[in-house]
Design a protein around this ligand. Sequence first.
Ligand code: AP5
Length: 224
Amino acid sequence: MRIVFLGPPGAGKGTQAQNISKEKKVPHISSGNLLREAVEIGTDTGIKARYYIEKGLLVPDQIVVDIIKDRILKNDCTNGFILDGFPRTLSQAKVLDEMLKELGNKLDLVFHFAVSKESIVLRLSGRRICGSCGSNYHVTYVPSTRDGFCDKCGGFLNQRADDKPETVLERLRVYREQTEDLIAYYRKNGILKEIQSDARIEVITKNILDTIDTLSEKKYLALE
Ligand code: AP5
């Protein structure tokens, strides 16, 4: 299954990608995580990307496309992947289609996470990330057992630098201007599924899994 999670900042893409990746045993590829790793290590890519991420702007297409291409060509992606946060522009979407075509594949599903602005603000202001293993928490909705520390590895929990209110507003503006057009693009391709993302985490996970399983059954029956 080759799947894209599309939606505004804080819609819950990363949370759901972690859950679905575990259930379906396909890698979760987050363009944001890959870029933040590059920033942390201080690679040339990371140094260039940092400027844009801190301002809440999109990193130039070529930088992101190169990172994603390298990742998708790794062996663990042979049976599929979940792309979280990529593509984010029409040009990235077209490059992805071309790349998959060259590999003899195509996208199976694009989930569009629809969520209210109120939820976005509450979710991003309370999000905490483990500085060691990257696990995702929320002070109210997904609290860690020991305040400020990761349940999985004991690392410190931090707030993401781009979750400051003024940067969140900029990220939302950028989403509306540069990414929202992808909803129509994938709807036209017939692979868009709407996900009501104001619901509880477990409810959303079940809806996504049900949609994936229905599609897998249809594909199986078509082969018989
Ligand atoms: P990226 O890291 O992709 O950020 P984003 O798309 O803005 O999404 P977020 O990670 O903020 O939110 P999410 O939807 O994953 O929500 P989450 O599950 O964490 O990108 C960051 C930056 O990198 C960009 O601004 C850009 O500069 C650059 N970049 C990345 N990709 C790029 C690309 N393709 N092109 C160019 N530039 C790119 O949930 C949020 C919180 O809510 C968590 O605390 C979670 O616990 C909680 N939560 C989740 N679901 C629920 C629920 N159902 N109920 C209650 N709480 C919930």
